[in-house]
Ligand binder design. Structure first.
Ligand code: C5P
Length: 237
């Protein structure tokens, strides 16, 4: 039984519009087993004993969030996101930096990964926290092809050492804030926090994650997520 204190804060960037989903509302508000994806995600993070509170970044004109009437039993702050994911996360970091020490551990997690399992959070939070940080990821198992301009396979890329990054990604507040701020100032738009850290010279530790930590991206991911949710409910009783 983990007995560690609630020493982490979570950040959930949810200011995207989910264009690849082609739905009538941003994908984080689409239903999974009758409940918006975002609420599954928030429930799982807020239920983690290591999480003290959460910052949610939303589009400034988001009409969907207030309509949900969500009430958390831990502190939850809402801030306005930016033009890209990194800018949204930085807005949350700026908010937290006003109240928390620079070495506070953070978990940054995609709003659209609603199946995050408690065991993944515990494994990630159980890693020694140094300035490099760490992230959940999966070693690639498929054979990887590089396409030519015509969409034909022109080469097979050796998959040794290749991983698919997941979230949560866990970093110290101050180090991540500097890395994201510098990346954005240089015109780079990192697609995850680890990319900003790598750019700054850090080497985040890759921590094997569960395969069911699915990122909902295209319409066919939703029925798949419903099956995975049912499987988790059987597994966890
Ligand atoms: O677009 P993508 O699927 O990579 O988005 C990953 C996460 O980043 C989503 O939770 C999305 O809402 C968030 N995001 C954001 N601000 C943006 C763009 C994306 O918070 N400007």
């Amino acid at each position: 039984m983990p007995t560690s204190a609630a020493d982490h804060w979570a950040i959930v960037p949810a200011a995207g519009i989910g264009a690849r989903m082609g739905a009538e509302r941003p994908k984080q508000y689409l239903p999974l087993a009758g409940r918006p994806l975002l609420l599954h995600t928030l429930d799982r993070l807020l239920a983690a004993p290591r999480v003290a509170g959460l910052v949610l970044t939303l589009r400034a004109d988001d009409p969907h969030w207030p309509a949900l009437g969500f009430r958390a039993d831990k502190p939850l702050h809402v801030v306005s996101g930016g033009a890209c994911r990194a800018a949204s996360v930085l807005a949350a970091l700026d908010e937290l930096a006003r109240q928390l020490a620079a070495d506070t551990p953070l978990l940054v997690h995609d709003a659209v990964r609603p199946l995050l399992h408690a065991s993944d959070i515990e494994r990630l939070c159980g890693q020694p926290l140094d300035a490099h940080g760490c992230l959940l990821a999966m070693p690639l198992t498929d054979t990887i092809k590089r396409a030519d301009a015509g969409g034909r396979s022109e080469a097979t890329v050796p998959r040794d050492g290749l991983w698919a990054a997941q979230t949560p990604q866990r970093f110290q507040l101050g180090v991540l804030r500097t890395a994201l701020r510098d990346a954005l100032a240089a015109g780079s738009e990192p697609t995850d926090e680890a990319q900003a850290m790598e750019r700054a010279g850090w080497r985040p530790r890759l921590v094997p994650g569960r395969r069911d930590n699915l990122k909902i991206t295209v319409p066919q991911d939703l029925p798949l997520a419903e099956c995975l949710l049912a499987a988790q409910q059987c597994e966890d009783g």
